[in-house]
Ligand binder design. Structure first.
Ligand SMILES: Cc1cc2nc3c(=O)[nH]c(=O)nc-3n(C[C@H](O)[C@H](O)[C@H](O)COP(=O)(O)OP(=O)(O)OC[C@H]3O[C@@H](n4cnc5c(N)ncnc54)[C@H](O)[C@@H]3O)c2cc1C
Length: 417
């Protein structure tokens, strides 16, 4: 079957790779000159089933107010006249009950755990490398109140069957020895040993190379203008360089998916949530993190990626704005220099931002959408790298007419009906 994949972020490339493995004739279209040059470029590097949870959680509204008053706030809202933003925000608040949180989280963990296993299998099969490590995530607490509060998170982890270990200060230093240099800042931590790390950009580029070797055609520098359709059937993709037609289409346009789907009458509540990262060269390996340290106070992740440190965080609601703000950089610099003062050189850091394609409830949107030959792969929010391989496998199964290995209940657009 001829399949066109729209978008060459980690999600689109993973779909293309698995579709090619299934023997399809695949073309990927993207406006950028190569893969993973938008949101998949410099994320925090965590492949984190253990940290897979919706933002829409009980108590979020109060926490949000507290966060916004902090000097290095993890949350920034730029009030704007944007009905999509307010509608998305209200849907998010409606999902902040205990019951909704439990359902949404279990859907996310289902896909994230499966995805980590798909990634592992892919590594075994292809020897793909991307500065990966398999040493877990340390959620680091600076205060006793945070340690005490972890009981609620642990209960959820136990219900979801996610492995964890509660650590005291010395335990944290045992898994992340560089923290010994700032031991007075560490009150304890929650270790998620099943988590992994790696460079999403490198992974997506290597996977695109493997996909190309399997016959996938990549059409870069090509802007998609619209999907054309007759009844409930997609007839082609209109681009700035002419029409492209296929038997089936996979839409993986990240935050730009709703705009492409609106003329078809398909509503997906995906809204861009801007995040920032810094990537700095390691100057003293013993002073750098071993894996990911998540600073619970600032909600900033500090991750070792080969000979670099990636520092990622901040949730900013500002529409599609991609300006780099110094204040956000200051927050990331503060966290990395506070926890790993000798680890890397911030003056040589690359500063970046990207738009997470967030759904209000948390899980992404996969598969059917009412058009017989259009499949969705969007809305991965904070966890697109974590869920990339699994999404590719599930979508390829659906396009090929097979039942995916995991239940897709609650992972399709039907849940908003
Ligand atoms: C600061 C930050 C930290 C993060 N940390 C993590 C993390 O640690 N772990 C994790 O799992 N996730 C993380 N994420 C989330 C993750 O990066 C995203 O979920 C993921 O990259 C989304 O991938 P995607 O392929 O859906 O979107 P994208 O990577 O944005 O890909 C969409 C593609 O569509 C193309 N496109 C869009 N419109 C058009 C058009 N009209 N014509 C042609 N092409 C078009 C774009 O060029 C782009 O290449 C983080 C995100 C941010 C911002």
């Amino acid at each position: 079957m001829k399949v066109v994949v729209l978008g060459s972020g980690v999600i689109g490339v993973a779909c293309a790779y698995y579709l090619a493995q299934d023997g399809h004739e695949v073309t990927v279209i993207d406006r950028q000159p190569g893969p993973a040059l938008e949101t998949s470029y410099a994320n925090a590097g965590e492949v984190s089933p253990g940290y897979s949870a919706p933002w829409a959680a009980p108590g979020l509204a109060l926490k949000a107010i507290k966060w916004m008053l902090m000097p290095h706030s993890p949350l920034v809202i730029r009030p704007r006249i944007d009905p999509a933003m307010w509608a998305w925000g209200l849907q998010l608040l409606a999902n902040c009950t205990e019951a909704r949180y439990a359902v949404n989280k279990s859907r996310m963990v289902r896909l994230a755990e499966y995805s980590r296993d798909c990634l592992d299998a892919l590594r075994q099969r292809t020897r793909i490398s991307y500065d990966e490590r398999t040493q877990g995530t340390l959620d680091m607490f600076r205060t006793q109140a945070q340690v005490d509060h972890a009981a609620a998170d642990i209960a959820v982890l136990e219900r979801s069957g996610v492995r964890y270990e509660m650590l005291d200060r010395d335990g944290c230093i045992r898994v992340e020895p560089a923290l010994a240099r700032v031991r007075e800042k560490v009150a304890g931590g929650l270790l998620l040993p099943g988590d992994e790390t790696g460079d999403c950009f490198k992974f997506t580029n290597r996977l695109a190379e493997l996909a190309a070797e399997s016959g996938v055609t990549f059409s870069y520098g090509r802007t998609i203008r619209a999907l054309t359709f007759a009844g409930k059937h997609i007839s082609g993709v209109e681009t700035d360089q002419g029409m492209v037609t296929a038997d089936a289409y996979v839409l993986a346009l990240g935050s730009y998916s709703p705009k492409m789907l609106a003329p078809l009458g398909v509503k997906v509540p995906v809204y861009p949530v801007k995040g920032y990262s810094l990537t700095l060269p390691i100057t003293d390996a013993a002073g750098a993190p071993e894996s990911t340290v998540m600073d619970e106070t600032h909600k900033v992740a500090v991750t070792r990626l080969g000979d670099r440190i990636r520092v990622g965080g901040t949730a900013e609601l500002a529409g599609f704005d991609l300006d780099l703000h110094d204040k956000r950089r200051a927050t990331l610099e503060h966290v990395v220099t506070d926890l790993f003062p000798d680890g890397g050189n911030v003056s040589q850091a690359e500063f970046w931002c990207g738009l997470r394609p967030n759904t209000p409830d948390g899980p992404p949107i996969l598969g059917p959408c009412g058009y017989d030959n259009l499949h969705l792969a969007t809305g991965h929010g904070t966890l697109g790298w974590t869920m990339g391989a699994g999404t590719g496998r599930v979508v390829a199964d659906l396009v090929s007419g097979r039942t995916p290995e995991i239940d897709i209940e609650g992972l399709t657009v039907a849940r908003y009906a």
